[in-house]
Design a protein around this ligand. Structure first.
Ligand SMILES: Nc1ncnc2c1ncn2[C@@H]1O[C@H](COP(=O)(O)OP(=O)(O)OP(=O)(O)O)[C@@H](O)[C@H]1O
Length: 440
């Protein structure tokens, strides 16, 4: 075949094509390219498999953020070709010990352009559970600095008698925090009792909290000791305190101020020694503004406010908690998961987790119920992880949409409409309407 002289036949290969071919030849390792500033500019499929991060996600990210634990080759070595060992964290939170070969890249004038690196696994050092940066506090587990700060506050405040208000989304661990405050305090040997202020009618809640005397109302056949009395010398956890009816708020304020109250229908004041830990998923300040909550009570309750970050803002905890719950199920022996498929892991990391840790716990339970084998695969995840387009990345402050919230509530309630509506704080009829609207 004859070529025209003014358009010489150059190779029809572009740089990516070449890189893919080169990466394919690097069968013993995972190849990637970094810019001068350490951001990923090329990520091979072997790098995807080794680290669990897909190319689309990895490209453009600083490698040190993508792979926690990553360090640059030592300065003098980095000028030439070299080899060392690094320990980095994979997408599922497990730690990888790898041999790294590196080669600086320069243009024809010798200006540095970046670095080519190839990783070969020496071993996966197990799940994140054994890592040194994991902290555990009475059943709560984390490796995120924001949560560690919460743990510190819990330990410190537990030594005092201060009233604690925990703010956080549903399933984020508010009750566990309350239990931790109790367990760390000198009251640990006393009772820990909990009540959900949104779950009972005002009159039932009043007699549940403060008790009643015989004959206080129809059906009050005998004296009934309320939670305050039964929690004497211990801790009382008031969940969803923002829902406390106004008429009971005055009574609660009195207990907080005077440590005493009168049971329903009674005429005797009872004194108690109870520490209150309250929780709310929404702002008490807003409830005050709306006239639904007493301002004086808000100040009494939030002496020490603790803000529990939602799971989507603690990405490193996703892998950790996954392995934590997988470990519990593995111990039961029906299925033993030892690896998480990278595709499944990406969906899990992309998820906005409107139901927080409780939702993640349910996802693991689902995987153990429907899947088999030692790899947690995409097919083992609930349908919404497989069918829906991936939600936007959590880093960009994602607010879960309504359909997602409804799905999570239905999952949590095992499909029970009444319970799901309660979780969402809407009526049954509204839930039906919204399900129709969103096709849930
Ligand atoms: N950091 C954590 N480590 C381990 N388990 C956790 C953690 N956070 C929450 N959990 C688990 O997640 C589930 C939900 O936690 P919890 O009941 O404390 O949440 P909550 O915020 O009180 O939820 P709600 O507002 O719906 O009552 C529990 O089974 C709890 O054991």
């Amino acid at each position: 075949m004859k070529h025209s002289t003014d358009t010489p036949p150059g190779p029809r290969l572009d740089a990516r094509c070449l890189l893919d071919a080169l990466a394919g030849l690097e069968c013993a390792g995972a190849l990637y390219l970094l810019d001068e500033d350490g951001s990923v500019s090329y990520w091979s499929s072997a790098a995807e498999r080794l680290t669990g991060h897909e190319a689309g996600f990895a490209t453009g990210k600083p490698i040190a953020r993508l792979l926690p634990g990553y360090s640059r080759p030592a300065a003098d070595e980095a000028r030439g070709m070299g080899e060392d060992e690094i320990r980095v964290e994979r997408a599922d939170g497990s730690t990888l010990l790898a041999r790294r070969r590196f080669q600086p890249l320069r243009d024809q004038d010798g200006t540095p352009l970046g670095r080519l690196e190839v990783l070969a696994a020496i071993e996966t050092v197990g799940t994140p559970l054994a890592e040194a940066d994991v902290e555990i506090l009475h059943g709560l587990i984390t490796r995120e600095p924001a949560m560690k700060q919460v743990f510190r506050i819990v330990r410190n405040v537990a030594e005092t008698e201060a009233t604690v208000l925990v703010r956080g989304e549903s399933g984020a661990g508010k009750e566990l925090i309350a239990r931790a405050v109790h367990a760390e305090s000198h009251r640990a040997k006393g009772p820990f009792l909990a009540v959900n202020c949104a779950a009972l009618s005002p009159s039932l809640l009043e007699s549940e909290l403060f008790g009643h005397v015989r004959g206080a109302f129809t059906g009050a056949m005998r004296d009934h000791a309320g939670l305050f009395q039964r929690a004497d010398s211990g801790t009382l956890f008031l969940d969803e305190v923002a829902e406390l009816p106004l008429e009971l708020q005055a009574k609660l304020l009195r207990v907080l101020q005077e440590r005493s109250f009168v049971p329903v229908g009674g005429d005797r004041t009872l004194s108690v020694d109870v520490r209150i830990v309250a929780a709310t998923h929404r702002s008490l300040r807003e409830a005050v503004r709306e006239g639904r909550f007493r301002e004086d009570l808000m100040y009494r309750l939030r002496v020490v406010p603790i803000f529990l970050p939602p799971l989507r803002e603690r990405r490193r905890d996703v892998g950790l908690l996954l392995w934590h719950f997988i470990g519990r199920h593995n111990a039961r022996g029906l299925r033993r998961i030892v690896r998480i498929d990278p595709d499944a892991m990406r969906r899990l990391l992309d998820h906005a987790w409107p139901g927080n840790v409780r939702e993640l716990q349910n996802v693991v339970e689902y995987a153990f119920a429907v899947g088999r084998g030692d790899v947690l695969a995409l097919d083992d995840l609930p349908p919404e992880f497989r069918e829906e387009p991936a939600a936007p990345r959590a880093e960009t402050e994602h607010v879960p949409d309504e359909a997602e919230r409804i799905r999570a509530a239905l999952r949590r309630s095992g499909g029970r409409i009444d319970q799901a509506a309660r979780l969402l704080n809407i009526s049954r009829a509204t839930l039906w309407r919204k399900r129709k609207k969103w096709g849930v």
